[in-house]
Every structure is written in C-alpha cells, then in structure tokens.
Design a protein around this ligand. Structure first.
Ligand SMILES: [Fe+2]
Ligand SMILES: [Fe+2]
Length: 322
C-alpha cells in the first residue's frame, strides 16, 4: 500500500542529501488538496535519513513524466512487487516549485489503486469479504487479468474521489463491473471484432451481472443490496439518469483515460483506440469530463481527445528503485 509521497527538487539518487531541499515544493493549499484527494498518503513527507533511503520505494523523474517518456509497464510491474511486500514510498524527483503540485496530482492519480481508500459504507466486515471475493477471482500472473484487476480497483477509487459518500452497492459494482471479461477476454481481447460495439458491451454487462450476483451471493449482503449491485453491473455500459449508474460510468471512463488508455493504444492500435476514446467521452458527465485536463495521458490519446490524431512514439524507461 502506498503510504508516503516524497517530493525532491534534485534527482532521486541525491535526495538523501537534505541540502537539495531548501524551499517547500507545494503551497499549503496544494498540499491540502492532495491530502484531500488522496487520503491515507503522507503528502510531501520528509525524505528519510540515508540509512532508510533504500527502503521499499518507487521513483519517478518529473521531467520524464511531463514528457510522457515513461515505460509505464515497467513502473507498474515495480509497484506491484512493492505493494505485494507491504507499505511503500513513492518518490518524485527532478521537481521545480512551478508544476510540482500538478505532477504530484497526476502521478498519484496513476497510482491511486495502491491507496485503497474506503468510506464509512465500505469500512465494514461485509465489504472486506466483497474485496476478498473479488481478489480471489483474478489470477494476477495473467497479464490481461492483471490489467482488469487494476482497472477494477482504480474505478472503485475514482468513484470514491467523485462521490465520497458512495454506497456499498455502488462500490461493489465498481469492483465487479467488468468481471465478465474473466470469461470472454482473459487471454485475448475481442471487443474490436464486434460487429455492433454497443450490443457487445450490453451483453458483456448483462453476463457480468449474473456472474456478480453469483460471486457475492454468500457473503452476507442484504438481498436488496445484492440486487442493486447486479442492476448496476447489468447496465454499466449505458449512463442513463440513475445517479449511481452515472457515477459508475464517470469512474469507469476516467479510469480508462488515467490508467488504461496507453496500454489500450499499444494493444489495439490507433483506429480502435480513437473509437474507444469517442465512446468513453460520451459516458462522462460534464463535471467528470472537467477532470480530464488534470489527467496525464499519452500525447496520442490527448490528441484523440482533442480530435487531433498524432503519430505514435515509443516510450523510454522510467527510473525505478527497490
Ligand atoms: Fe464494461
Ligand atoms: Fe471498465
């Protein structure tokens, strides 16, 4: 679990020298906003003493991040390994005061699935069982299954950012909304072959609802809550007027852009990604869409959002340390 964010003006390798940090990188209001959006993370924590500097952490160079010159697959792999071992720190190096808050916001958004915040509704034994059942279903050694698990947790976290009072049913639906892909797309994706994309997605949602009701049937959820979870999963590919359904669509769509869109582009290529971007933008309400400028996407995806296709480019490695 991500516990501390350490911001460094110089490179991360020199950050155990306290002299590199002479002025605060965040204003009090920026720090307060980050703490509010990412509860549970110690924002702008002091760099640990030299003896602890090699404690479990990942490091990102802010200049590479801003240039989108990151190997996010390697970064994620490193974060997964750290997370499996316990609490870890995230360092962002190469920062200047101008832009530090924006970079921290973007990086924490990309890493929010390692925070796993809950609210009062989900801080319960029954929701712990829901989380446990969800985790059991996913074989994280299979790359596409791992990607789907990460997306599910990320959607859940987006939901709590957008609506801190989200219900148990909405949160469980966020976790299980794409569970059907464990059946249809665990080893290879097929959605780009669908003759009717919306019909394919509607069927994915309908089957997902049945799988969800079955997976959660014996966990002690109230019958009306279980029914509500199934209803939300069963219609999650169409926003509609229902507030929780719209919330699920907002969270799902934002997760596509902040977590999945780069990998989606690599897997499917620009043509299907352009169609997916258009489909996903239609699922966002204006308030949620207003968050897009603060999400870091690959330049090709940002261009698609703006309706301006660009040529793809290969990413460069990210600095990671254990
Ligand atoms: Fe879906
Ligand atoms: Fe999804």
């Amino acid at each position: 679990m991500l516990k501390r964010l350490i911001l460094v003006a110089g490179s991360c390798s020199s950050s155990d020298d306290p002299s590199v940090r002479q002025t605060p990188l965040l204003s009090p209001s920026d720090e307060a906003e980050l703490s509010r959006e990412f509860p549970g993370v110690d924002i702008d924590a002091p760099a640990p003493p030299r003896a602890e500097a090699h404690a479990a952490h990942a490091a990102v160079d802010a200049r590479a991040w801003r240039a989108s010159a990151l190997d996010l697959w390697a970064f994620d792999t490193h974060l997964h390994a750290l997370d499996a071992r316990g609490p870890f720190d995230l360092w962002i190096g190469g920062l200047e005061r101008d832009g530090a808050a924006r970079t921290a916001y973007e990086v924490l958004t990309r890493c929010q699935r390692f925070i796993r915040r809950r609210n009062l509704a989900s801080a319960s034994a029954v929701f712990a069982r829901v989380l446990g059942r969800h985790r059991e279903l996913y074989d994280l050694d299979r790359p596409l299954v791992r990607a789907d698990y990460d997306h599910a947790v990320d959607v859940w976290q987006w939901m709590l950012r957008l609506e801190p009072r989200a219900s148990v049913a909405a949160q469980a639906a966020a976790l299980f909304h794409d569970v059907e892909r464990l059946v249809s797309e665990a080893d290879v994706r097929i959605e780009h072959r669908a003759a009717d994309y919306q019909a394919f997605k509607d069927e994915h949602a309908r089957r997902g609802a049945a799988l969800t009701r079955s997976a959660l049937a014996d966990l002690g959820l109230a019958p009306e809550v279980l029914a509500r979870i199934g209803a939300l999963v069963g219609s999650h590919e169409r926003p509609g007027d229902d507030a929780e359904l719209a919330l699920l669509n907002d969270a799902d769509a934002l997760s596509f852009f902040s977590l999945n869109s780069g990998g989606f582009l690599d897997y499917y290529g620009p043509e299907h990604t352009r169609a997916k971007v258009a489909y996903t933008l239609r699922r966002l309400r204006p308030e949620a869409r207003a968050r897009l400028p603060r999400i870091r996407c690959r330049p090709e995806v940002e261009a698609m959002i703006l309706g301006e296709p660009r040529r793809t480019s290969a990413p460069a490695p990210v600095e990671t340390q254990a």
